[in-house]
Design a protein around this ligand. Sequence first.
Ligand code: ADP
Ligand code: MG
Length: 167
Amino acid sequence: MELKLQTNSPEETNFLGCLLAKYLKPGDLVLLYGDLGSGKTTFIQGICRALEVDPDIYITSPTFTIVHLYEGLHTIAHIDLYRLELPLEIEELGISDLLNTHIVLIEWADKLSFPLKDSFLEVSFTYLEDQKREITIIGYGEEGLLLLKALERDEELKKLESFPEER
Ligand code: ADP
Ligand code: MG
């Protein structure tokens, strides 16, 4: 089961992150895929904003550390695997403990050597043109499917879908 959307600005991608954030809880895992500049961090900024992370904290891809932790309504772990020499085993990554206690968001998840858990959400970003991105969301496992269904049913999703360029 998948949800395919198009966003026409960074604000829309951020908004989609905000919508998803309503349904995220500690223990949820979101894997983000897509090239540099495709919008992964923009989406995560939306999640963090909705979860009331201090707006003075600048949400950016972790580069010199593996994990950024943000405190909001829930604790968020933001991971970016772009610069890592991989494949890495989960133990080497040192995030096994976080998977049960935090909302874990991982950019460049294609660098993971094996699945971190059974249930998760996969969000893939494709550059279409300057301001347009295609975003595909797939739910895996029971929790992942529930998350996807909740997002699909969200009335506010129509705000994105009603854009004329969309269909
Ligand atoms: P990534 O984390 O995937 O490398 P970022 O979110 O850091 O990507 O950067 C995306 C860049 O593309 C930003 O400069 C953003 O302003 C721009 N952009 C333009 N249109 C969009 C869109 N529809 N969604 C997300 N970002 C967009
Ligand atoms: Mg990024």
